[in-house]
Design a binder for this molecule. Structure first.
Ligand SMILES: *[C@@H]1O[C@H](CO)[C@@H](O)[C@H](O)[C@H]1NC(C)=O
Ligand SMILES: *[C@@H]1O[C@H](CO)[C@@H](O)[C@H](O)[C@H]1NC(C)=O
Length: 332
């Protein structure tokens, strides 16, 4: 409500002003302190002892830790997980992790879930949402306290490109139907991966994307964005911040809903126009995140392939990594 420019406030008679001030101070104090107690107590952090942040000492000198729109880029060494865990515990945060195990990709579920139990959001409430066309093949993996798994049966498609692209449609549909009522944040991950180190609440924010491990040092002209103007995913060569990987993104449920709905609609439009973006859903994700800037950006620690890329020294941790596989055999 915008109260600016309302003349009423000026009519306050100066004769009664001292009385009102007195009354506010006298009776209002109890009211104000009661409110602030009500609002303040659940959110107040407990005493913690930790290394002091130093205004003149950068957390990392070798990498960019902040985008030009002031979104943090999450690298090891830039955050204190104890502080963040406390903050998110106070919010009673529940995180949904969506993963698609369609056709033969169900074989990746066991390792994905087992390693998520070791490394993903440990100490927080987690719901795994497993989308699959083979519900009977979802493995029984023992889950920790406060963690559960929900199987969502969906149809398969013949082409792996269609399987990949329809994930956006499924996530947006289920966000509306149930995720909005069940979790605070959604993390959308590929299944042919494993967690190999801590992935926690430091990634959570309204909207986040992950730097593609193959392009984090490339210039925008070299990004494999969709370059044909006919596609809804088109990005001209003089635009672009980063090349984000389609295999790990997320945010609040409402922001993920907006993203996945927009990407799905763009893909429907492309199909009607007889064009398919060069990297399918990933091309549309990149277009969306260019015009809806993410509020956090995850470094390639959160998306790595050691077989292809080795282990460079800027990568202090490899947290979510590719599992070696025979792609042709799995995709068909
Ligand atoms: C935390 O969330 C759960 C649901 O996930 C709810 O049952 C519980 O009451 C909440 N606790 C607090 C303190 O809000
Ligand atoms: C696709 O799903 C149908 C059931 O919805 C199933 O009968 C069929 O075997 C599946 N195709 C593959 C290749 O898994």
């Amino acid at each position: 409500m915008d109260l600016r420019g309302r003349p009423k406030r000026c009519s306050l008679h100066f004769g009664i002003l001292p009385f009102i001030v007195f009354a506010l101070v006298f009776f209002g104090y109890g009211f104000v302190s009661h409110r602030s107690q009500e609002l303040g107590t659940p959110g107040a952090m407990t005493r913690m002892v930790y290394a002091q942040p130093k205004a003149l000492t950068p957390s990392r000198k070798d990498v960019l830790v902040l985008t030009p729109w002031l979104a943090p880029i999450i690298w090891e060494g830039t955050f204190n997980i104890d502080i963040l865990n406390e903050q998110f515990r106070l919010q009673n945060t529940t995180v949904g992790l969506t993963v698609f195990a369609i056709k033969k990709y169900v074989v990746f579920l066991k390792l994905f879930l087992e390693t998520a139990e070791q490394h993903f959001m440990v100490g927080h409430k987690v719901i795994y949402y497993v989308f699959t066309d083979r519900p009977a093949d979802v493995p029984q993996v023992p889950l920790g306290a406060g963690r559960k798994l929900v199987v969502l049966t969906v149809r398969n498609y013949t082409r792996w490109q269609d399987v990949s692209m329809h994930r956006m449609e499924m996530i947006s549909r289920f966000s509306e139907q149930r995720f909005l009522h069940e979790v605070d944040y959604l993390v959308c991950a590929d299944v042919d991966m494993k967690f190999s180190d801590h992935v926690g609440v430091e990634i959570l924010s309204a909207l986040f994307g992950t730097l593609h491990p193959g392009f984090y040092s490339s210039s925008r002209e070299a990004f494999t964005y969709e370059r044909r103007p006919k596609s809804q995913a088109y990005i001209p060569r003089d635009e672009g911040d980063f090349y984000y990987m389609g295999a790990f993104f997320g945010g609040s449920v409402v922001e993920v809903y907006r993203l996945t709905k927009a990407c799905h609609q763009a893909m429907v439009e492309d199909k009607a126009n007889g064009i398919e973006a060069v990297w399918h859903d990933e091309s549309h994700l990149n277009k969306y995140l260019l015009y809806h800037k993410p509020t956090k950006v995850l470094s390639p620690e959160y998306m790595w392939d050691q077989q292809l890329l080795g282990w460079p020294s800027i990568m202090k941790k490899l947290r979510y990594v590719a599992v070696p596989k025979n792609h042709q055999a799995i995709r068909n």
